[in-house]
Design a protein around this ligand. Structure first.
Ligand code: SF4
Length: 228
């Protein structure tokens, strides 16, 4: 092979891999389009918003697990059980999620635990109401147990599921330290999966003529527990 043939051979090899990579890039984007379509079609058939929230969580969990197990080069999270800085951030929920959590609490908490939780919710609600921007307030989540584990883990909000971090020091800096306006680098695909589910719940509520905006978890849960 002379140098001209060698050059053509190398260039052709790179061209063929480039074509393959472009095609894979389109397939990768297609994952999210398919997820959105599937979420909207499935949630549209859910009988109630609580069922829609349960279905949204099931689909996002399957999607996130499959991503973790099958897509290479996913960033390794620093998150672990009992690690809870992010549980001091302001959490918002789309329609259906608070009612799902309230049902779970009704079924799994004792009457004494529910009364204590209602009181913590009232205190937290007052604290959020007292500040101009609740998103800047750092408050221990009322659902965080004494062992720093979520007491409603199975039905925790989509935003809690979406949040990942590669660095505990960065989380501590943003939540408790000197970078309150900074961000924590997220696993983009994992975050996007949960954003799609949040949007789908908003859209389903809107299509049913229900309030569709996200609201703070504390206010939403207090209302849902009063209704329950
Ligand atoms: S709902 Fe659970 S996971 Fe979410 S902030 Fe509260 S304790 Fe943490």
């Amino acid at each position: 092979m002379d140098s001209q043939q060698a050059s053509r051979h190398v260039a052709a090899e790179i061209e063929s891999v480039g074509t393959l990579m472009r095609s894979l890039s389109g397939r990768y984007e297609g994952i999210f389009a398919e997820l959105a379509t599937t979420l909207h079609a499935t949630l549209a058939q859910s009988g109630t918003m609580v069922e829609a929230a349960r279905d949204a969580i099931a689909i996002t969990e399957a999607a996130a697990n499959s991503f973790r197990d099958n897509i290479p080069n996913q960033p390794a999270p620093a998150c672990s059980s009992g690690c809870s800085p992010c549980c001091h951030l302001y959490v918002q929920v789309p329609p259906g999620i608070a009612a799902l959590i309230a049902d779970h609490i009704e079924a799994s908490f004792t009457a004494v635990e529910r009364a204590a939780l209602r009181e913590r919710l009232r205190v937290a609600s007052d604290a959020f109401r007292a500040v101009p921007d609740p998103a800047r307030l750092r408050l221990r989540c009322v659902l965080l147990g004494d062992d720093n584990r979520c007491t409603v883990y199975e039905v925790r909000p989509l935003s809690c599921r979406a949040f990942t971090s590669r660095s505990l020091p960065r989380c501590q800096q943003v939540v408790f330290g000197d970078a309150p306006d900074g961000g924590v680098e997220q696993n983009a695909a994992h975050f996007r999966i949960h954003t799609e589910a949040t949007f789908a719940l908003e859209q389903v509520a809107k299509a049913r003529g229900l309030p569709s905006a996200q609201i703070g978890l504390v206010v939403a849960l207090l209302e849902a527990m009063h209704e329950g």
